[in-house]
Ligand binder design. Structure first.
Ligand code: DX5
Ligand code: ZN
Length: 246
């Protein structure tokens, strides 16, 4: 099964010192940087967009290959995921993870006029992300059944298949919420069918909840408050990694 990947969420970092926070967390043992993009529509909170990603990107060395150290894992909690793919690619995003729930109702505004309003299916969006040279992730909220993913994962067209699935373990929108163990059967079901798939969990992960998540089969671990609120982030990141590696 795939390696342990620890992805601190910079949502809990000091936004006034974001570049430094990013380089610090990498120096403390992080593998990826989890970058939470919220638009105030898909979720009831806002963060920042591509211009901020462009400015923090030089503070972290680019990964040398897919899934490598320094991967910018952009979690797109936004209503129109197709619309922002190009901007985020230019900003230095390596893995563009959109929400299944948003893809269904998204408008395709990537035309020069920006007026096209065709629906975007997850597989079309995944293909588009791949065409721009990024990895593609698909996220599901707690109320979304894992069953919506089987058809997408079983697609015989490899360019239209996701590289990662993100199972939310809180309702997206805010850091520091309580971990929902109720979501772990989704992780187990995915891991059983796909031994090599990158499965990410996000929300409420800490030294207290990591064993459950790792036991279910998650290998990409997002942690915001647990890392940025820690006295010793090096120790927390190491403990998260040890739990996944078993
Ligand atoms: C929540 C975000 C998470 C958040 C996690 O909507 O997607 O990435 O930063 O924060 P913690 O780890 O504090 O639950
Ligand atoms: Zn996130």
């Amino acid at each position: 099964s795939p390696p342990a990947i620890i992805a601190p969420s910079i949502l809990s970092a000091d936004f006034a010192e974001l570049g430094k926070a990013c380089s610090d967390t990498m120096g403390q043992g992080a593998d990826w940087l989890h970058v939470d993009i919220m638009d105030g529509h898909f979720v009831p909170n806002m963060t920042f967009g591509a211009p901020v990603v462009t400015k923090i990107r030089p503070h972290v060395d680019r990964p040398t290959g897919a899934y490598g150290r320094g991967t910018f894992d952009c979690h797109m909690m936004i209503a129109e995921p197709k619309r922002w793919v190009r901007d985020f690619q230019k900003a230095g995003c390596d893995l563009y993870c959109f929400h299944y729930e948003a893809a269904l109702s998204s408008t395709a505004a990537d035309t020069p006029s920006g007026t096209s309003t065709s629906q975007t299916s997850p597989k079309e969006l995944i293909r588009f992300i791949h065409e721009l040279g990024m990895q593609a992730g698909i996220a599901i909220k707690p109320k979304t059944s894992v069953d919506v993913l089987w058809e997408i994962l079983e697609n015989p067209v490899v360019e239209e298949r996701p590289d990662m699935v993100l199972v939310m373990t809180v309702e997206p929108g805010f850091g520091g919420q309580s971990f929902m163990a109720s979501e772990l059967p989704k992780v187990s079901a995915l891991r059983k069918k796909y031994p090599d798939l990158h499965i990410e969990v996000d929300g409420g992960l800490s030294e207290k909840t990591i064993d459950q998540a790792a036991g279910a089969g998650a290998n990409v671990i997002v942690a915001g408050s647990a890392v940025f609120g820690a006295k010793d982030p090096v120790e927390v990141i190491a403990k998260l990694r040890d739990a996944v590696e078993g």
